[in-house]
Ligand binder design. Structure first.
Ligand SMILES: Nc1nc2c(c(=O)[nH]1)N[C@H]1C(S)=C(S)[C@@H](COP(=O)(O)O)O[C@H]1N2
Ligand SMILES: [Mo]
Length: 409
């Protein structure tokens, strides 16, 4: 947490003496070119700060947003170093896990109840699940006309192992009324404006999703404390839905008798046109519907795009596929731009809402340039679109087939 405190301090002191901040006299201070940004005053290195692999792509530093590349997501369980970061505001600066509490309130609770983190850890049964979290805006960069926001390519998805207590066990302990329809989360992160009355994000899910076995109040990721950027010390995890439902730095859940109306729940946020629209068409707020389960999708994580193989050799490919609340039933690949498809073998998920692993061994007819395209089909028979799904104003839900380039030499 040191770095954040330091940064805050730097901000406050910036107009005063730079030397105090750097902790030494700037010997040639009078020679600094005008407008030059001293290295000692620059943003911290996010790769070091968040323990991320240097091959990750930084999309934004205010707030921090970082994504993976397909080949970095090869692990069955995503390690922290390859996990995308999507922040809407600033990471809380003074986290103290020892006095962290979770409040459960709202119109539909009998009585507001406050749990310490220790209460959650000691009084309720623990569960672990591997859960796929994909940002609703993953793939946004391909839409035309383009949508504003982080230009995610394919890397805003992860499947880590999360451990915590079931939200339903806590809600049952609190006692919720029959009129409960939604839960909304509140968290400790800071609005970009630093206005304490504003929340960067406060989303939620219908009560039925909140009561699923796999919906967790998590305090561990991959067997250790949740990394700072991913919600330490407590996080809501709702796999299969836009990852924006999985509130980080969680300190309150409100049980609502109406659809939750927190920051980024209303207007066009995390919503798509209820009926398909033409690219670029204006859509009224009331014609936008909240995104629920994420659509079927897959990624080829091996080999890395651009691989070269020898003529006559087979190419082994592998990757993951997921389908929101559903399962992936069929996985195929094409080497002729989608003209014909062949099947891959696909494993069952280790638990509901975990991504599934596929592989195939591909023979190429002759030397030359190829693209391998991958296509998943969900348990309701819906497949990924080959190029782009329906355009929408905010660039959500791009589940187009992933492709890699291969040269047979
Ligand atoms: N408190 C809080 N929770 C949050 C966010 C945030 O900005 N603040 N971002 C949401 C969004 S939009 C996404 S996609 C996921 C990203 O999770 P990750 O950064 O752990 O990958 O967290 C969600 N939970
Ligand atoms: Mo997101």
């Amino acid at each position: 947490m040191m770095d954040f405190k330091r940064r805050k301090f730097i901000k406050q002191a910036a107009l005063g003496s730079f030397a105090t901040v750097i902790g030494a006299d700037i010997v040639y201070g009078n020679k600094i070119p005008k407008g030059y940004n001293l290295l000692g005053l620059q943003e911290p290195d996010p790769f070091k700060l968040f323990n991320k692999d240097v091959d990750m792509t930084l999309l934004n530093s205010k707030p921090w947003n970082m994504e993976a590349k397909a080949h970095l997501l090869d692990d069955k369980i995503t390690p922290n170093k390859f996990m995308f970061i999507r922040n809407n505001g600033l990471i809380p600066e003074d986290i103290n896990a020892d006095n962290w509490t979770l409040t459960i309130d709202g119109e539909s609770v009998e009585k507001t109840k406050i749990y310490t983190l220790n209460d959650l850890k000691t009084k309720f049964k623990h569960y672990s699940y591997q859960l796929t979290l994909e940002c609703g805006g993953n793939g946004r960069s391909e839409f035309n006309p383009p949508a504003k926001g982080n230009q995610w390519t394919i890397g805003a998805v992860s499947c880590a192992k999360w451990t915590g207590v079931r939200l339903k066990d806590i809600l049952t302990d609190v006692g919720i009324k029959d009129d409960a329809v939604y839960i909304g989360y509140h968290a400790a992160d800071i609005h970009l404006s630093r206005d304490p009355t504003k929340e960067p994000i406060s989303r939620g899910a219908p009560i039925a999703k909140a009561m699923q076995d796999e919906t967790l109040l998590a305090f561990e990721m991959n067997g250790g404390p949740i990394p700072l950027a991913h919600g330490f010390p407590l996080r809501l995890i709702a796999g299969g839905w836009p990852a924006s439902v999985s509130g980080k730095w969680l300190n309150k859940i409100s049980v609502r008798n109406v659809e939750h109306d927190g920051a980024k729940m209303t207007g066009t946020s995390y919503r798509v046109p209820c009926k398909p629209v033409a690219p670029g068409e204006k859509v009224k707020d009331e014609d936008m519907c909240i995104i629920k389960s994420m659509p079927v999708k897959s990624l080829i994580t091996f080999p890395k795009s651009g691989a070269i193989i020898d003529e006559g050799k087979k190419l082994d490919i592998r990757g993951h596929a997921w389908a929101g609340e559903l399962q992936v039933n069929k996985m195929e690949y094409s080497i002729d731009f989608g003209s014909t498809w062949n099947s891959c073998s696909i494993e069952k998920p280790v638990n509901r809402l975990a991504w599934q692993h596929f592989n195939a061994s591909i023979a190429f007819p002759q030397k030359g340039y190829y693209e391998v395209w991958a296509r998943a089909t969900d348990s309701q028979g819906k497949s990924q679109p080959m190029l782009l799904p329906g355009w929408n104003p905010k660039g959500y839900l791009n589940n187009a087939c992933h492709r890699i380039a291969i040269k047979v030499a």
